[in-house]
Design a protein around this ligand. Structure first.
Ligand code: ZN
Length: 427
């Protein structure tokens, strides 16, 4: 299997099974309910792990929780720790409801401070970092390969941090920040005084704490290449650690169409998306684009994903027909070639239209969609509600129909209209 690597800008072959393939995917900063775009690295990481395990790999996934950050201090002055804890629970609940299982490790920054401090101490001892008035900064000039991952010119580096007279060089970035009592209500003791870690050092320290100095795949959104991942590379490789072999960056999710745009603040959270469309449609939506290309989220694209899902589901009610279907090898070849899910989805549709239900069931299971093959029988009272809703719609009482839809949803069922009736689908 091969995957695109941002560092070498080429497709890189994974070691043969059983590997291991140890993956670290940057997780969310927890200060609000996460929007649906934040689900993409989670979904890509979980699908990769699933596919690798299905092929005999010893695959693990670490997904960190950034629960120390300016955004959290800004969002909940005086109560940042409580907000971070609540938002962590939301994230775990919402991604859990995608039905893909959970990463092997979910380390939190707040629980990794001793490891982070140890890492910073090593950087200071080796001359790659310096303490200044309670802060500690990484000395960018000490690492000649700086900029190679992101293609930055070393003389044009902008860290996006507030300017500080304590830096030897404006390109240097913070590893540790002295506590600002007016705006920061959490702190940890360190050899440099009260303070808290910077964001980048958190990931170097947590990844190496779990995997040691070398592992196979580092993932995260394309927006993290600079400065976050460039700085992770610098911190770890400055100490002579190989760190990640492959840098796998997923493309960004764009809110498009008339109803949704980030600029008008009208975006959907993971929670809202699952509640509206069902987890299966959300997963089919993510299958429609290559993991490293942008993906457009709108009413139109989600409606299309729901329709594709119906086609796959309906295959299990159809008679097998003689088609010109492709076998498992075609599906495996698509995923082994840079995890090409649109090509794999096309194979699933081939199997659906040709009635190869055994293959279709097995293929769907790779993406956590085995439930599509099960036509769960709805209990009588749910069918009764659905029938009532059909009547309400015939009588054009749409308010009542909407109420009944909500009642069905709160009982865990979704009613999907078809031309000749409806399906009842568990949420
Ligand atoms: Zn990270």
């Amino acid at each position: 299997m091969r995957l695109y690597d941002t560092y070498t800008r080429s497709l890189v072959e994974l070691p043969p099974p059983p590997g291991p393939v140890r993956m670290y995917f940057c997780g969310p900063t927890v200060y609000a309910r996460a929007h649906i775009g934040n689900a993409r690295p989670f979904v890509v990481g979980m699908w990769l792990r699933s596919w690798l395990r299905a092929n005999g790999y010893d695959a693990t996934l670490v997904h960190n929780i950034t629960d120390i950050n300016d955004k959290i201090y800004d969002a909940a002055p005086g109560a940042s720790a409580e907000l971070a804890e609540r938002a962590t629970a939301w994230y775990l609940e919402d991604t859990g409801d995608l039905g893909l299982g959970m990463p092997d490790h979910l380390p939190k920054a707040t629980e990794s401070v001793p490891q982070i401090i140890g890492f910073i101490e090593e950087l200071i001892e080796s001359g790659h970092a310096y303490a200044a008035d309670g802060d500690v900064y990484f000395r960018v000039a000490s690492f000649p390969e700086y900029g190679r991952l992101s293609g930055q010119r070393p003389d044009q580096v902008e860290q996006g941090e507030e300017p500080s007279a304590l830096k030897e060089d404006p390109r240097d970035f913070a590893l540790w920040k002295a506590n600002k009592p007016k705006t920061e209500d959490t702190w940890w003791n360190s050899p440099w005084g009260r303070g808290r870690p910077g964001w980048h050092i958190e990931c170097s320290a947590m990844a190496e704490d779990i995997y040691g100095p070398a592992f196979e795949v580092h993932g995260g959104g394309l927006d993290l290449v600079f400065p976050h991942h460039e700085n992770e590379v610098a911190q770890s490789r400055a100490l002579g650690h190989p760190f990640a072999q492959i840098w796998a960056h997923n493309g960004m999710l764009r809110f498009t169409g008339e109803k949704m745009s980030k600029s008008v603040g009208n975006v959907e959270t993971i929670r809202e998306s699952i509640d509206r469309w069902g987890r299966e449609a959300v997963l089919v939506f993510f299958l429609t684009a290559s993991w490293r290309k942008p993906i457009d989220y709108s009413e139109e694209t989600m409606t299309q994903a729901a329709a594709r899902l119906d086609t796959l589901r309906n295959a299990f009610t159809l008679q097998a027909t003689d088609g010109d279907e492709r076998g498992w090898d075609a599906f495996a070849a698509a995923l082994d070639d840079d995890f090409d899910t649109p090509a794999a989805l096309a194979v699933l549709h081939d199997w659906a239209s040709s009635g190869r239900l055994d293959l279709l069931r097995r293929g769907l299971a790779v993406f956590g969609l085995e439930s599509v093959a099960e036509r769960a029988a709805a209990p009588d009272e749910i069918v009764a509600l659905a029938e009532e809703r059909v009547t309400a719609r015939v009588e054009r009482d749409f308010e009542r129909a909407d109420r009944l839809r909500e009642e069905l949803a709160s009982a865990g069922w979704q009613m999907r209209d078809r031309q000749d009736g409806y399906d009842l689908v568990p949420l």
